[in-house]
Design a binder for this molecule. Sequence first.
Ligand SMILES: Cc1cc2nc3c(=O)[nH]c(=O)nc-3n(C[C@H](O)[C@H](O)[C@H](O)COP(=O)(O)O)c2cc1C
Length: 280
Amino acid sequence: MGLRFSVDEELCIGCGECASDCPYGVIEMQGDSPRIAGEREGICIGCQHCLAVCGPGALSIHGLHPEDSLPLAGRLPTADQLAVLMQGRRSVRRYTGTPVAAGEIQFLLDTVACAPTGINNRQVLFTVIDDCQVMETLRRATYGSLDAVIREGRLPAGMEFFQAMVEDALKNGKDNIFRGAPHLLIVSAPKDSPSPEADCHIALTYFELLAASMGLGTLWSGLAKWALVMIVPEVLQRLGIPENHQVGYMMVFGYPAVTYHRTVQRASTHVNRVQALAAA
Ligand SMILES: Cc1cc2nc3c(=O)[nH]c(=O)nc-3n(C[C@H](O)[C@H](O)[C@H](O)COP(=O)(O)O)c2cc1C
């Protein structure tokens, strides 16, 4: 299929930005005109920097056209706005049962799919539970299977604390693992992809910030990951995540049943500022 690369010669000003910004030198200038350096075509990673960097919008690649991209001028949030979002985001552990609309979940996933991935491989898989009933079934299956593991004395070493948690859930209905959230997002990537862990963590970080800006609450759930990956993988297997995938992390989300009125105050910025290299 090739790179489906084309340049509108009437719009192109021959600035060479597309060639300069191409991380793999796939585009070269021939006089004032960009073109694909034939022998390098196969190493294009599909990052679309050429499409994004072209001021006049003269360049199409992979069959994508600049007019279908979001223009950026005057549309970016200010640093202050982002800083408030980052400082004001909280781990939400109390949720209303109200489901998040399918369109909102799709908007979140589509946006988060733009997060960076190693070598732009973009193989992160978003396994999402958007149906509250399915979430309820998962909750019950998880606690039921954990209970069975505990009764059979099969809790892995170091995971003994799950016993009290499961008792609390079964006796008092307290859901410490999923925090009663109506939705769960599990992010995974192929084990042999360039950077599965980083890709998954970045995707979830994007997800939680965008979700916070939409009035949604999120919680990274290490407990869910430990439970489903390490203790009751038979439950995880029911979610259809491919076997060759590594689970990066899990995040519950929904509408918060709690309002935070101010930021917390963290005084722990650990910086190692290198002013000179130590002697070799
Ligand atoms: C990787 C990771 C795993 C976490 N797992 C859990 C968890 O299983 N249960 C929980 O209640 N909080 C969990 N948290 C939330 C942290 O406890 C929380 O981020 C921290 O207390 C700071 O609070 P804040 O997020 O509101 O700033 C997790 C956070 C991270 C980053």
